[in-house]
Design a protein around this ligand. Structure first.
Ligand SMILES: C[S@@+](CC[C@H](N)C(=O)[O-])C[C@H]1O[C@@H](n2cnc3c(N)ncnc32)[C@H](O)[C@@H]1O
Length: 202
């Protein structure tokens, strides 16, 4: 079962320089990447990095997660994973698009950030749970092989998972999390309209 955990308002917080420097460079690279690609990656849009970074900083400072293991589901350009690493978490991003994995690794290397990026699906090999909710989503790749074998870790080993589901797909991400995550693990989601949601598995 998932329980909502209240979050403070992050609108007026001041963002640390290391967050802002990374985000500024990332936004430029995302723009260039998007303009220069002949075929767009349909499912790729970026979240509000300042907002998500502030939330992760607050979570770490207040020791809300049970441990320091962080995972981003569909990590895109990898920026949220890197912000979690800056905040001291042991941070991994899983992304199905090879080009985005390459961009993430390059950005992390250029900023000397210790974050890991694994190509593959954030869905586990056992996809029975998605059968009941499959009509609810269209922006998640459900065919690619799972990344957890290559990662050497499973979903229930992560303390904090972040995702940016497309509109209408939040329930699906929550169902996967509820099925596979550990008791006490946290799911942080961004909804594309400046809203964050935090849920704890109990
Ligand atoms: C809405 S974007 C969010 C990107 C990033 N998390 C952010 O907040 O900026 C969703 C990402 O999930 C990726 N994706 C879709 N299905 C996936 C799957 N099954 N496994 C891993 N990544 C997936 C897409 O390629 C895309 O980059």
């Amino acid at each position: 079962m998932l329980k909502n955990v209240p979050l403070p308002n992050f609108n007026d917080v001041s963002h640390p320089d290391d967050h802002l420097e990374l985000i500024e460079e990332a936004n430029e690279r995302v723009d260039a990447f998007t303009k220069n690609r002949r075929d767009t990656i349909r499912n790729f849009v970026v979240s509000d990095f300042e907002l998500v970074g502030a939330a992760i900083q607050w979570l770490v400072e207040n020791r809300i997660p049970c441990g320091d293991s962080f995972l981003e589901w569909g990590s895109g350009f990898g920026v949220v994973t890197m912000l979690a690493a800056i905040e001291g978490m042991d941070a991994v991003g899983i992304e199905v698009e090879r080009d985005l994995i390459d961009q993430s690794r390059r950005l992390a290397e250029d900023f000397d950030i210790d974050a890991e990026f694994v190509e593959g699906s954030f869905l586990p090999d056992d996809r029975s749970v998605i059968e009941s909710v499959i009509q609810d989503f269209e922006n998640v790749d459900i065919d690619s092989p799972s990344a957890y074998d290559a990662l050497g870790k499973s979903i229930d080993e992560f303390d904090l998972i972040f995702a940016f589901p497309w509109p209408g797909e939040q329930g699906y991400f929550a169902a996967v999390f509820d099925h596979f995550a550990a008791d006490g693990a946290l799911l942080l989601t961004y909804d594309g309209r400046n809203q964050l949601r935090l849920q704890r598995r109990e």
